[in-house]
Write a protein of this length. Sequence first.
Length: 410
Amino acid sequence: MNERPISGASAAGRRGRTGWALITGALVLSLAACGGGGGKGSGAGDGKGGSTQQGKQQSTAAVTISPKSGATGVDTSGALKVDVAKGKLTEVTVKDAKGAKVDGTLTGGGASWTPSTHLAAATRYTVHAVAKDSDGRESAEDSTFTTLTPKNTFLGTFTPEDGSTVGVGMPFSVNFTRGITNPQAVEKAIKITTQPAVDVEGHWFGNDRLDLRPEKYWKEGTKVTVDLDLDGVEGRAGVYGKQHKTVKFTIGRNQVSVVDAKKHTMKITQDGKVIKTLPVTTGKAGYDTWNGQMVISEKLSVTRMNGETVGYGGEYDIKDVPHAMRLTTSGTFIHGNYWGGDAFGNYNASHGCVGLRDVRGGYDSSVPAAWFFNHSLIGDVVVVQHSNDHTVDPSNGLNGWNMSWADWKK
């Protein structure tokens, strides 16, 4: 069975609450031409099958709208449908109270119409449908209904922030306040468009986190728009999203830094060319730094680092670590170090972090840690090689780049 859209809206329009009504090519009709102009035989809009007459003969096309007009507490998915008997639908227009249209798809050779996505919760919708019978006579039907008001809801907290410029390794990551048991519905409600165009796929880490990224690092200058249309999505039984937000971010210059744990160096590259090499210290024996591709997820001019928070007891408690940038959720940072003596470039002395020479207070902009901090973005990639530890787990931070593309899309 073939499916074909009916509307005059552009395919680039928004889905969901800001979607579009659909119209078939040669059957484009304005609302006034469908009996809405107040002339004789106009559909009454009372939900009882009003029809347009041509001459003395009434159309045999019978339009049915579900749910019935006046219905309340309507489910946001699966409840809305328009059917016609003895005819073909030529126009279906669904709008919310603010006039935003809902897009949909015509099936069965014009016999049925269903929305392409979920409806918003606690929202009043109007439906106007027009059909023709085999003799070309028109019949119109109108209806209004209101969707349910959820008792239980969920939200998604996301990174990066709207309007930000980020590094080439930055995924769009969403953490949900409730565990999701209907991931397909949630994924369908998150639409990503990019300029230039690139395929973006999502991967779930557990049931409460969804990351989306391309196969390879983003291309410099890419503009990304995310339509986070969770309002009305049933993420788990009886639990609905309550959020609709558009997020835009831009990919900055291509910077990837490579740490060699054996040579105690870090080479900073832009567009594949080394622009600077800095001496570093990484994790000492027993505290080795993770190998792998790690994305900077947080930048802190100064922070406290306490061994108690990462399972190292009272081994250290440094209240003023300067120029710190987070690489993993578990506590791996690349940061300034003013207590490391001559370790930088010579031997590994840390508890797993990557250390750069700094001064207490971080006031000297000429030291390696300050330079790297000032030349780094959230989303930049730091790759650690030749450490004696395993590769970092992809879920530990924004580090899904350590998965193959095939595994990512599973």
